[in-house]
Design a protein around this ligand. Structure first.
Ligand code: DGY
Length: 328
């Protein structure tokens, strides 16, 4: 029996590739060449499934060129690369990789918050540059983390895991804003209180962004929002580039409208707004919040299980849409 054909768009763990090969005729990209849109469309033609990494744009135009495609499986929890309406209309299911990265990403959120508030990378650069000649009482004094107020914008699984760490580990007061309020039991587990967005911005000593990217959340933090924040506040973006207006943020950091920022994601990444590279009070990391070997492997395995589940057994584990119902 011929195996269904799938495309793996980027380099992945060899063991995941091996597991996929047991079920599928796999075209892979272990050299990790960065394919343009034309390459992607040409390679996807004739494939029933695609293993993706959250950056490949799947829209009506691409789908029209790959009529045999039935599933696109992201190994990321974010899926803003998918036009789900167009996918449903084309009979293609999209899947993501929720849950398996929640705790690891929340750990990183706290690490980035601590590094930013306590100026760790700035201080290390100073030391490495040979500028440290003596202890002084104010050398790299930063902002208090324990006992301060954490604002969380977006209170999904990752936001909740950060809230628990902040409240229980660091004795922080946790406020959040989200499209909808958590139910009372979940809110109590998170030790968090719901507030409106302006109140969140005005009250937070540290503001953590963990909301999904969509047209509605584009530039959710821009000049007007930064103006509402405390001049002593820090801003952490773990979510997606485009949620923050990076140009406005660089200006706010330069003008000391807020004290510091920690950014793991960027508008147009892997390019970083040049102004952000010139301000000292920002910690920059290359989209690594979920990057431990165990977690990235679990994410890839979930994408693999979605492909096998859907193309071999007829059911995806973490489907984002239901093409059958869309086609009525
Ligand atoms: C995700 O899963 O969406 C992360 O941003 C990738 O690490």
């Amino acid at each position: 029996m011929t195996k269904p054909a799938i495309l793996v768009t980027r380099a992945i763990f060899p063991e995941v590739l091996q597991a996929l090969s047991q079920h599928f005729d796999v075209e892979s990209n272990q050299d990790d060449a960065l394919w343009g849109r034309e390459d992607l469309a040409a390679r996807l033609a004739g494939k029933q499934g695609a293993f993706m990494t959250g950056t490949e744009k799947v829209d009506a135009d691409l789908l029209a060129r790959c009529p045999e495609l039935r599933i696109c499986a992201n190994m990321t929890v974010g899926y803003n690369n998918f036009d789900l309406a167009a996918m449903s209309a084309a009979g293609v299911v999209g899947t993501n990789a929720p849950d398996v990265l929640t705790e690891t990403t929340a750990d990183f959120g706290m690490a980035l918050l601590l590094a930013t508030a306590r100026r760790i990378t700035e201080a290390e650069h100073y030391l490495r540059a040979g500028k440290w000649t003596r202890w002084t009482y104010e050398l790299f004094s930063g902002a208090e983390v324990h006992g301060s107020t954490l604002g969380i914008l977006g209170m999904g699984r990752i936001g909740q895991a950060i809230a628990r760490r902040a409240a229980l580990g660091f004795g922080m007061r946790v406020l959040y804003h989200n499209r909808s309020m958590l139910d009372a039991a979940t809110q109590a587990q998170c030790h968090a209180s719901y507030v409106d967005k302006p109140t969140l911005l005005r009250s937070a000593d540290h503001l953590m962004l963990v909301l999904p990217y969509s047209a509605a959340s584009h530039h959710a933090i821009g000049a007007a929002e930064l103006d509402l924040m405390k001049p002593t506040a820090t801003l952490i973006n773990l979510a997606r580039g485009g949620i923050v207006d990076d140009a406005a943020l660089a200006q706010a950091l330069r003008d000391r409208k807020i004290a510091a920022a920690g950014l793991d994601v960027f508008e147009g990444e892997p390019s970083v707004h040049p102004a952000l590279l010139t301000v000292p009070n920002v910690v920059l990391t290359p989209h690594i919040a979920s990057a431990t070997r165990a977690t990235r492997l679990a994410m890839a395995e979930l994408a693999q299980q979605n492909l096998v589940g859907y193309l071999i057994h007829g059911k995806a584990l973490t489907a984002l849409n239901d093409p059958a119902s869309a086609q009525g």
